[in-house]
Design a protein around this ligand. Sequence first.
Ligand code: ZN
Length: 348
Amino acid sequence: MEFTGNFFTTIYGRNLIGELPQFVHRPYLVVTMEDLWEKFSGSFDKNLAGVYFVHSLEYEDLVKELDKLPACSCVIGLGGGQALDVAKFFVWNKLLPLFQVPTAMTVNAAFGHRTAVRFDSKVRYIGWAVPEAVYVDFDVIQQAPASLNRSGVGDIFCYHTALYDWKLAAERGRTEAKWPYDASLAAESQQVLDSVLAKLDDIREVNEVGIRTLMNANRWGGAAFHNAGWNPRHIEGMDHFLFYTLEYLTHKPFIHGQPVCLGVYVGSELQGNRAEEMLAAIHRVGVDIRPEAMGVTWEEAAEAMRKMGWYAQQAGLWYTTASEKPVTEELIAHVRERIYATYGPWEG
Ligand SMILES: [Zn+2]
């Protein structure tokens, strides 16, 4: 047996939130977002110990919250990414059972062991939380904006560029000693990526097949970092570095999958790695990678492309195509032409 890691128990169905009060440990704390609570509060009963609304992901802020939490016997995380992350942070500190209910397919937070918390606005993944189960309710997911749900492909499409980067680093003798190239691990990533590429229309539709396909892929991806011995090489490459650079330059909030998909397209152009196929897949699944669709200008996105190599180096990130190949003005012009030719001009 080659792979011995585990994945979180994941249950698909309907009325899964309504059923929670029947079986979770009492009293229970719900960690969610204020706007979601209006929608779901009616599903909980008198055993609700309290509801916690997420307003910060800063470590220092969260630590201060720990003492103020009501006494409870378990935690329910209910939300996109942030609520699930904060729920993980609380149970890590309080040693309580956790039940996770993602309300959109935005990120794989429900399926990963560590919590994304900020230290002076910089993300670090710390902690440990394994939920009793993750409940994926078809009706709940389908109520979320389709664009949010579709953006969840970003953290899967990035395997395309990540796998190329890992192999390239190996060929150059630039892989990290702790993360040598592993062909069977790479093949596993590729298989998950292929499963998503085979169901683009279902994911775009956010139908049951699409939800199962993308959430199963995210379930694999969420646990992949741990299962590979805390190795991210097969799941993340310069696709994410472009996003980090954009975030660093603009200080704007993003829907994770949008800038990551832009990074996948720009990265595969830089790699000469089936870029047109990836652009077509991103477009077909319904993720808009025009900078304006993410609330930034073309020039801000272009600047992030130019600075991506520099950013990765000074941040101590791993060796990728961006480490050795500069993003030229020709490439930027080409990317611009292809994006607007595919999506049409931005009309606001
Ligand atoms: Zn990501």
